[in-house]
Design a protein around this ligand. Structure first.
Ligand SMILES: [Cu+2]
Length: 163
């Protein structure tokens, strides 16, 4: 019963009703989204997945969006002491035939300089992804409820405990 419950949460998190995707050559960018932020937040995370169905590797070089001090690619890591950190990454490799997921606790987009204008549910954030080979792709991040985030975190911690 517990397994079924967890599976339902995962499905709910991975396939929200508002799923949307974009294609550019052999690349498919699936469901760019961000979670609502508190009013005081200065930064917000952005998440999506990229499937490279081409037979050559590509690389996500950068992301840009108007209205922010900076937008960059980040990676969160947790060290042996359980301390979480995040740092900018130069780019994200997209191996041929694989899907790379930007998600809470891992690779993500960081929107910086929200200063008093938080992400609100239903808000749409236009952004441009730049790939080394495929070129540029305009996408829209949908801002969604935090509740899905908590389900995602639960799934991650439950997964971690199995190892
Ligand atoms: Cu970050």
């Amino acid at each position: 019963m517990k397994t079924l419950y967890t599976a339902a949460l995962v499905a709910c998190f991975a396939l929200p009703a508002t799923a949307h995707d974009y294609t550019l050559g052999g690349l498919t960018v699936t469901h760019p989204m961000a979670f609502e932020t508190p009013k005081s937040a200065q930064v917000g995370g952005g998440y999506l997945s990229i499937t490279n169905s081409a037979d050559t590797a590509d690389r996500l070089l950068s992301i840009s969006a108007d209205g922010f001090d900076d937008v960059s690619l980040h990676e969160s890591t947790t060290d042996d002491m359980g301390v979480a950190r995040m740092q900018p990454v130069e780019g994200i490799d997209l191996p041929a035939g694989e899907t790379v997921v930007l998600e809470p606790g891992g690779l993500h987009v960081m929107f910086m300089g929200l200063g008093g204008d938080p992400f609100e549910i239903g808000e749409k954030i236009p952004a441009t992804l730049t790939f080394e080979k495929a070129g540029s792709l305009d996408v829209t991040f949908n801002v969604e409820s935090r509740r899905a985030a908590h389900q995602g975190e639960m799934d991650h911690s439950a997964h971690g405990m199995q190892h």
